[in-house]
Structure formats: C-alpha cells, structure tokens
Design a protein around this ligand. Structure first.
Ligand code: NAD
Length: 431
C-alpha cells in the first residue's frame, strides 16, 4: 500500500531489520505506537457557525526520553499519517542522538479557509484536548505543516493557563519573546542545506553551480533554497501547492521569498502579476516558466529536494526521475517501491530522518535553554546544529560504507533501530 504512510514506515523498518543488530521481539514491539489520542474539537468560527474538527496526538516511543514531535494542520491528516510521522520522529531523534522519543499531532482542517481568530480557537481547543498527555518532561510539541511560532505561542499560553504559571518548555518553535531560540525558524532548511553540502563532499562533487529543484517553498523549502543559493548552488525550480516555477539558468530566490512571505502563490509569481519588487526590473533574472509539481520532480538536475508532502516519489514516476541525488526534506516523500528502484539506479538518497533533522535538533536546543532559563546567541545555536547533524551524517556514512548496506536509508534506520532497541533492552519490560 504505497499511499499508506504507516505501511511505508513499517516497510522501511523491515528493510533495515535484515541488517540491524536488534532482537526480533524488540523489533516487533517497535512497530506499534505506545498510544494515540483522538480528540473531537467543536469550535465556534468567526462566521458564527460551529464546526466540529478531529485531531490526534500519537506518542510512538519514549524509551530514550520524553516524546517529541510537531503538530500539523492539513486536510489530509489521518490517524495513520500521524502514527507514521510519530514513528519517523522516533527514528530521527535516535539517529541524531537526542534524549527524546517520537510523537506527532495533527488536526484535519484546511487552514486557508480559517481566519486567524478561528485558528487561535482551534489551536487552543486542540491543546486543551491533548493537554493531559503533554508537558515539559512528557511530550513536547513543535510546528509542522501549516503551524508556526504563533501556533506554538497559543499552545504554550493555553497549557500555562491551566497550570497557573508560564511553562515555556512545553512546546518548542516559540517566538523569541516567550522563550524561543534564535535559529529555530530556519533550522530545518539549514540542516537540509548542510547535509546537501556534506553529500557533495562525500561524493567528491562541487556544489557550486550544481542545479537544485525543490518541491515546496514553505518554511523548509524556502530556507533550504535561500541557504543553498548562498552556498553557490543554482536553484532552478521550486513550487507550492499552486504549481512550480522553472528557469534552467536559476531562479531569483530572494524575490520568490519576498513574494511568498507577502502571501503570494508561485503560480502568481510565474504569471508575473504580483512579482515582488526584489525581482522586478532586475534584468539579471529571466521570467521563469510555469511547470507542474509532477514535472518538477522529473527535471534533469543534480539534486532533487522534496520539501512538501509525503508519498510524491512513487513506483509511477520513479523511472522518469533524472536527478542524480535526492535530499528528503519532507517526511516520507519516497514510497518503499520507489526507494528500491532508486537504490538499483544508484541514485543517492539522504533519508528524511537525517536530512530534515535540523528542526528537532534546534528544538532540543530551545528546550535545553528553557530548562537552563538562559538564552544562547544565534552563532552558538547554529554551530551546535552543524556539529550534531554533521556527526549524524558521518555516522550514517560510516555505517553505510563499513557494513556494506544497500543505501543510506538502511544505514540510518539500522543505527536508529539499534539505539532505540538498546534503550528498551536496558530498561526491560514493565512490570
Ligand atoms: P509549510 O506548510 O511551511 O510548507 C509546505 C509547502 O508545500 C508549501 O509551499 C505548500 O504550498 C507546499 N505544498 C503543500 N501541499 C503540496 C502538494 N500537494 N504538492 C506540492 N506542494 C505542496 O510546511 P513545512 O514546515 O515547510 O514542511 C514541509 C515538509 O517538511 C513536511 O513534510 C514536514 O513534515 C517536513 N518537516 C518540517 C519541519 C519544520 O521544522 N517545519 C521539520 C521536519 C520536517
């Protein structure tokens, strides 16, 4: 079932089991989430109507520490998707060696159809729904698709109101003024850019002028685009849900960023109607072509970075892919069938649990600063991010090279599964 993200995650685990030094009984245990809470959220909208939303929080595994994982607002949210994402968080925190387990939350909604007031009410109601299972030492949410520092501020405030005092440490990805850390907003994109640089070093290839296509120009995609552009790479295509922009000579990433920050769609940018002042009249930049998201995935580029939703590289389009490397910024963008085909074609894939770990690493640094009641400068945060994601990259490569594993995903999964299984073995089975 290629389109079921949970089946996809289990299949990725199964692929790694053959090579991982993990007791089979413990391995079977790791396939089941500890718990999932489903909440019903009646919200009175600004229009006066009451709409009933459905939300989830899945706590997948806590053997290595408190649960950690984002909250997603999206129409495609489902229990299976949230459980898959919580599983991926478990392997990600283990791979980058944070003292956390994995969790994920989500609400089925179309944020574009909700006002700010509606979103605040929905966020507060969802936080009330899950508040008995979260807490600074228990489970610490963060932003994901369509949630942001403002969402985290509402969650932190709602939780704090019930506690009777401010509890910044209950969520990460907060605004700076209420305990956020510098560098969190761009952390995932920075991590994507750093692992792409590392990959090129490993492959002994030049990143300067390497062509990059990025699907999704949200928090992760836009920051990865900006930082890769600054590193000398040539971002030739990017997209959002409305469509993609493509220029083989390179896109004006700054102008695109300004356009999207002002609420514009890529489709409008390509049409030129609303192109921002940063690009307008600047003769260095050609007008980009409009292509579809499907066409973006099959461009002949050096690196393809899926940074939108899961399940976009599938058995149906994998044979048409022409990128020589893939860096998975989104969670679960490649189905297992497509993954096997990529391995056979010798296309290097930096797996999601490594490529997009920058966000959770800096979330951890925020959580540590909150516990210390102390704040670090941006340089310290960025240096620690680079050190941690660099170490995880090197460990994954070492595992891949020395154990003769088929691909980087299997290498990353064996490390993550072995670390999580070890924690279970030491802790034993309760009671
Ligand atoms: P976002 O909401 O800021 O941006 C998502 C982007 O994808 C937008 O440009 C949107 O228009 C586009 N998009 C949505 N549906 C699409 C579709 N069907 N086809 C093409 N484009 C589509 O979200 P984000 O925070 O940038 O997250 C993107 C991915 O990265 C998700 O898979 C998320 O789980 C993962 N991720 C995010 C973080 C983080 O810190 N934000 C951390 C780790 C992983």
């Amino acid at each position: 079932m290629a389109d079921d993200p949970f089946e996809n995650m289990l299949a990725q685990m199964d692929r790694a089991e053959e090579y991982a030094d993990v007791d089979h009984g413990v391995f079977e245990r790791l396939k089941h989430p500890e718990r999932t809470l489903k909440v019903t959220l009646p919200v009175e909208l600004e229009s006066g109507e009451v709409e009933v939303f459905e939300g989830y929080r899945c706590q997948f595994d806590s053997a290595r520490g408190p649960f950690k994982g984002g909250v997603r607002f999206h129409p495609s949210v489902s229990q299976r998707e949230v459980e898959a994402l919580a599983g991926w968080m478990t392997w990600k925190t283990a791979l980058v060696d944070l003292p956390y387990g994995g969790a994920k939350g989500g609400v089925i909604c179309e944020p574009k159809e909700l006002t700010d007031r509606d979103l605040e009410r929905l966020t507060r109601r969802y936080t009330e729904g899950i508040r008995r299972m979260i807490g600074p030492e228990v489970d610490v949410p963060a932003p994901d698709m369509n949630t942001n520092p403002q969402t985290m501020a509402w969650m932190m405030d709602t939780y704090s109101m019930y506690e009777g005092y401010s509890v910044p440490q209950v969520v990460t990805g907060k605004p700076l003024e209420i305990g956020g850390t510098p560098g969190r907003v761009e952390a995932t994109g920075r991590g994507v850019s750093l692992v792409t640089e590392r990959l090129f070093e490993y492959l002994d290839r030049e990143l300067t002028d390497a062509t990059v296509a990025i699907q999704g120009f949200g928090n992760v995609g836009s920051n990865a685009a900006r930082l890769l552009d600054e590193s000398g790479a040539n971002v030739v295509a990017t997209s959002d849900v409305s469509g993609a922009a493509y220029d083989p000579d390179g896109l004006d990433v700054a102008a695109l960023g300004a356009h999207v920050d002002a609420g514009g769609l890529i489709e409008e940018y390509v049409a030129g109607d609303l192109r921002g002042s940063a690009g307008e009249g600047d003769s260095r930049w050609d007008d980009p072509d409009a292509i579809t998201n499907a066409e973006l995935l099959t461009l002949d580029v050096d690196v393809l970075i899926p940074a939108a939703v899961e399940g976009v590289i599938t058995a149906d389009n994998v044979d048409d892919l022409r990128a020589s490397a893939i860096v998975e910024a989104a969670n679960g963008p490649t189905t297992v069938a497509a993954d096997k085909a990529l391995t056979e074609r010798d296309i290097q894939v930096v797996p999601d649990i490594l490529a997009n770990a920058g966000g959770v690493i800096v979330s951890y640094l925020e959580w540590v600063q909150n516990a210390q009641e102390f704040s670090w400068p941006l340089e310290t945060v960025n240096a620690e991010l680079e050190r941690r994601i660099g170490t995880a990259f090197d460990e994954t490569i070492e595992q891949y090279d020395t154990e003769g594993l088929p691909d980087l995903r299997t290498a990353a999964y064996t490390l993550a599964l072995e670390r999580t299984a070890k924690a279970h073995e030491y802790r034993g089975l309760f009671p």
